[in-house]
Design a protein around this ligand. Structure first.
Ligand SMILES: *[C@@H]1O[C@H](CO)[C@@H](O)[C@H](O)[C@H]1NC(C)=O
Ligand SMILES: *[C@@H]1O[C@H](CO)[C@@H](O)[C@H](O)[C@H]1NC(C)=O
Ligand SMILES: *[C@@H]1O[C@H](CO)[C@@H](O)[C@H](O)[C@H]1NC(C)=O
Ligand SMILES: *[C@@H]1O[C@H](CO)[C@@H](O)[C@H](O)[C@H]1NC(C)=O
Ligand SMILES: *[C@@H]1O[C@H](CO)[C@@H](O)[C@H](O)[C@H]1NC(C)=O
Length: 588
């Protein structure tokens, strides 16, 4: 299953500092009024009649049994949260949010606390996270804590669910047509973006304004209140670190245990038009893939391309890079029959192939190496089948991602530094190429950001040391990062660590997205000590991994067999979690 998981580059968001063009603000405002009038009437057509909850009634949840994971009982319920958490009296509309919890079996010493989990996205389903990763997370965290997750407002089982399309067919068609070539498709990008925001508002109505991270952070308090737990216990991955940091800055007094793992730069997320930090280590991850492949000898198929031999990892990388460059100029046609033909392109291989594999080395690196080896040997079939599929529509179930990414940010619409087709194209094309591998494919989101003229319904401005004093949480938070993360680089984790008073930090010496992308007993034990006893790692703590990037057959079992019973079980859970990954939806 792991090898089918994909990541997307469709939605990116980004940074640049300059003041909005003054002449535009009036035009923008006028246009906004038109949108509101237009949609205020159509909203009724699209309103969701299936829920009618008393405003913000957060009392007494009715948990129902809803299955089992790893012989542990699951319970499900729903909670109605106010549409506007920051002005509850403004409207009696709500979001209905699904909750799932896995009941631990020995909570006497911990008082039956629940750890809230968020798998990332934005747009990842927490319910699905418990269903599909609950077994491993339960084994890693142990029997002292219930695991509780939720579909954040807009996501999957949320009512309403976030959508910008009137039907799944329209959705698939529009996503398939998404332009990406900044140089030649700027006009198309611009007009699509202008229309997209109108469609999002028309389909979702007023709820669309309230799908953002600070509102979701406040929802987590509604959840805690409803289960009668004052203290926040939390583990968030990837975008879950954006949510976690936002929560910790808004409600520091409730933060008792909070782990952010695979950390996003909060300042860039909220304040910059074009994020230039998220991909700073992407190319390094790619080089690490090549280096580990080279060192794995016959366990990595790229070392046995016919008629070629490589003396160093550098030679191997140059060979692949030259091939990709040639592919840019000349895609390879693949014809499997009248129903199935297309081309292998550099974009497909670089994004769907290499970039998505960088998130999750096992088993994705072996799969990638195998497909690349065939491609480089002259057989493009496997690469075509794996890297040109229209997987995006299968993986992303709704538009929560779009809403959260744009609604959170302060540089949207009139606040964007540039407006109009040409100035935005110019800006995009003059951005530094942070990642040679994938930066060039990330243009179109800039237009979406510039066109997003919905009003902001939160008042959150992140505080980052040294501009602000460090945020003091009730108990220090714990920050986890790999050394090389393709989308949430170490530097972002260090900045987050430095912004919270007394925070702990573990650098796990590995490549991949979030600590759980490779098994590490050392990291898992830091997590356990922190959750159970509040103990932070010593300053400068690092962890090695207990696994290989290109494992020989049977090596996982062999690694377990050298350990005592408890560690062997823990390692097995970590190996499994690394293999299935934390997330079915993309980070962005
Ligand atoms: C809350 O909403 C009400 C009704 O729309 C409005 O009158 C009031 O000013 C709002 N309060 C704040 C603090 O924004
Ligand atoms: C339950 O947890 C306590 C404290 O953590 C531990 O001492 C005890 O051995 C555990 N019981 C079982 C049955 O695992
Ligand atoms: C969405 O929710 C449904 C149940 O309502 C569930 O079966 C499905 O797995 C969920 N899908 C995702 C992608 O979370
Ligand atoms: C090319 O690869 C595909 C799938 O990997 C395989 O089925 C096919 O036999 C290969 N073709 C040749 C000519 O080796
Ligand atoms: C394009 O950008 C360059 C700097 O990157 C600037 O000098 C030039 O005036 C811009 N042109 C337009 C049409 O915005």
């Amino acid at each position: 299953m792991g090898s089918h998981e994909k990541q997307t580059l469709l939605v990116q968001h980004t940074k640049l500092n300059s003041s909005p063009a003054a002449g535009w603000s009036l035009a923008r405002r006028v246009k906004y009024v038109i949108i509101v009038l237009l949609t205020a009437s159509t909203y009724v057509l699209f309103s969701y009649g299936s829920f009618d909850a008393g405003a913000g009634s957060t009392s007494s949840l009715k948990w129902e049994p809803c299955g089992e994971v790893n012989k542990h009982k699951l319970e499900c319920t729903r909670i109605d949260v106010p549409m506007d958490q920051f002005n509850k009296s403004a409207s009696d509309k709500t979001f209905s949010i699904p909750l799932v919890r896995l009941l631990a079996t020995n909570t006497s010493a911990t008082g039956g606390k629940s750890i809230l989990l968020n798998p990332g996205g934005p747009g990842g389903s927490g319910a699905e996270f418990i269903w599909r990763r609950g077994e491993q997370l339960n084994k890693i965290i142990g029997e002292g804590f219930h695991l509780l997750s939720f579909d954040p407002r807009g996501v999957n089982g949320s009512i309403p669910q976030a959508s910008c399309y009137v039907s799944p067919e329209q959705r698939e068609e529009k996503i398939f047509e998404t332009p990406w070539e900044v140089e030649f498709e700027a006009g198309d990008m611009f007009t699509r973006a202008e229309n997209q925001v109108k469609a999002c508002f028309e389909v979702m109505g007023e709820h669309s304004l309230y799908i953002n991270t600070p509102q979701t952070a406040a929802d987590m308090n509604s959840i805690l209140d409803a289960i009668g737990q004052e203290e926040m216990y939390y583990w968030g991955f990837s975008y879950g670190t954006t949510l976690g940091q936002t929560y910790a800055q808004l409600f520091p007094e409730r933060v008792t245990r909070l782990i952010i793992d695979g950390v996003s730069n909060l300042d860039d997320w909220y304040n910059t038009f074009v994020d230039e930090e998220d991909l700073v280590d992407t190319d390094k991850c790619y080089s690490e893939f090549v280096r580990h492949c080279f060192e794995a000898k016959e366990n990595c198929p790229l070392n046995s391309i016919k008629d070629v031999s490589f003396k160093t990892a550098n030679d191997l990388q140059t060979y692949i890079d030259d091939f990709l460059e040639a592919l840019e100029a000349e895609p390879i046609p693949v014809y499997l029959g009248a129903k199935d033909y297309g081309a292998v392109t550099r974009r497909g291989v670089a994004t769907n192939g290499v970039f998505s594999a960088l998130y999750k080395p096992t088993p994705m690196w072996s799969v990638l190496a195998k497909n690349l080896a065939q491609l480089l040997s002259g057989n493009a079939t496997a690469a075509y089948q794996a890297y040109t599929d229209l997987w995006v529509t299968k993986v992303i179930a709704d538009e929560t991602n779009t809403f959260v990414v744009q609604n959170d940010n302060w540089k949207t619409g009139a606040n964007a530094p540039e407006h109009g087709i040409k100035p935005l194209q110019n800006l995009t094309m003059s951005l530094p190429e942070v990642s040679k591998l994938v930066s060039k494919y990330m243009g179109s989101d800039i237009y979406a950001r510039a066109s997003w003229d919905l009003p902001t319904t939160h008042d959150f401005h992140p505080r980052y040391h040294p501009e602000f004093p460090r945020v003091k949480t009730a108990h220090p938070i714990l920050v986890l990062s790999t050394t090389y993360d393709p989308v949430c680089p170490l530097i972002s984790a260090k900045k987050a660590h430095n912004s919270f008073e007394g925070a702990g930090f573990v650098e796990q010496h590995s490549t991949g997205h979030c600590s759980v992308s490779m098994p590490s007993l050392c990291t898992a034990k830091h997590v356990q000590r922190y959750f159970y006893d509040g103990i932070l790692p010593e300053k400068g703590a690092t962890c090695e991994i207990d696994g290989e990037y290109f494992p020989a057959p049977g090596s996982s079992l062999e690694a377990q067999s050298q350990l005592g019973e408890d560690d062997a079980k823990l390692l097995q859970a970590l190996q499994e979690l690394a293999a299935i990954g934390i997330n079915d939806v993309p980070r962005f």
